[in-house]
Design a protein around this ligand. Sequence first.
Ligand code: G6Q
Length: 545
Amino acid sequence: MSVGKPTDWGEWKALERHHAEIADLHLRDLFAREADRGTRLSLEALDLYFDFSKNRLTDETLRLLRALAVKADLKRGIDAMFSGEKINFTEKRAVLHTALRAPRDAVIRVDGENVVPGVHAVIDKMADFANRVRSGAWKGHTGKRIKNVINIGIGGSDLGPAMAYEALRKFSERSMTFHFVSNVDATDFAEAVQGLDPAETLFIVSSKTFTTLETLANAHTARSWALDALKDEKAIAKHFVAVSTNAKEVSKFGIDTENMFEFWDWVGGRYSYDSAIGLSLVIAVGPDRFREMLAGFHAMDEHFRTAPIEKNLPVTLGLIGLWYNDFFGAQTQSILPYNQYLWRLTAYLQQLDMESNGKSTDRDGNPITDYQTGPIVWGQPGTNGQHAYYQLIHQGTKLIPCDFIGFSKASNALGEHHELLMANCLAQTEALAFGKTAEQVRAEGVAEDEVPHRTFRGNHPTNTILVKNELTPHILGQIIALYEHKVFTQGWIWRINSFDQWGVELGKVLAKRIIPELQSKEPPKLAHDSSTNRLIELFRKYRDA
Ligand code: G6Q
């Protein structure tokens, strides 16, 4: 295993020297120099064509970045993850989301036990339940068919199924509605149940720990909402199921553990929507589509595990991101899917990336002070963003590497929409790379005083992932696994634990301290700093006025 700080490695120092040499190279010159650049700097894996030619790098950069991955012993890291080593060392857990999509005959051991049969038993149980709900065989307490499914969960127990449901909506059961309630702001619940009949509504309470404040608050509210109408405790069994690792808390809440779908501590929240956390998705799209998605994940897992570094798509994506993050000083990474169904993808990837790699302590427990870890991830689907913040990417002062994701086939082929969409996607990467020189602007007859404003310096790096098909469950699995493994690649090289989340845990504890102070009828204790004390006082005063 690699040791010491990456910044002390010869490979890192070589990249620093190399950066100083090529930082000012313009993509215009790189493309002019290398006729085959656009085809050479590309990779294909499964249904994804990955063009990384519009990046500020040379063949030497790629060689040095790959050498860095070798120095970091990335291959060993990959093997350690796939074989169930406890690489989440602060929580002493294996990291085995890849086991969630392993084929039935695979053998993956945690503490000597093959976990694959258990995974498939849960998938089969989910499939059976989903089929019964979809067919109407599973009835509500009054005998009515279930028409509405509401997933209650937050963070990793919400973003994945919510994103994937939107992504695969085309394949969903249209006679049903699906909602995702996460925020403890009651508005989220209140709006989700507007107009719904409790007798036709199924709640899936999704929580790995089953102790999360927001989820439990929403679940209790849902329970009251259902019981107010159905007026019988027995109704809970027909209208509530749980997804959790914590059977004890599930039964304390009043859900029969027969109606609990299990997962395991070796599945991190943000890596869990292909586990039972995806139950709402299985009901929406059906077990076959869900299994196709798992197969897409698995295909990308196998690519990541077996492809050599120079042909490895997640590794290459990770190394390129690291190049900007650590050597160009880029603070952010934009992800821009040109597909309306992927409108929640970036929010999902934001958690995946920022919660995994937002760390500043290395594997040896040392503070990380002289290199950068995870980027700020942001973005919206194209073309909407083009009419908003792309301005800053084109002409602002910041360097913002962007991933563009486009599809060769339309999900909804209507007139010329798809060509219009993809023309925008391709035109943006071209404009970002090549810009527009002052000479070009003048040649358009622009008045001299306007020329500087209408000049685009270009040289903005982009990756383009061109999908060979339309968005399908299999392809969604490929894309999500691609980014999971990109995050792994970077986290491994930065020598951080990408699989814990102490910052999230902190938030869970902090709020609990203030709740009684807001609820109490006694004068506030004022045991905080002067700002927090004042805000508590004012909140109570204005609320009660
Ligand atoms: C994910 C995080 C976090 C978690 C939520 C919900 O990796 O740990 O987003 O998923 O806090 O936790 P529960 O599933 O335990 O309710």
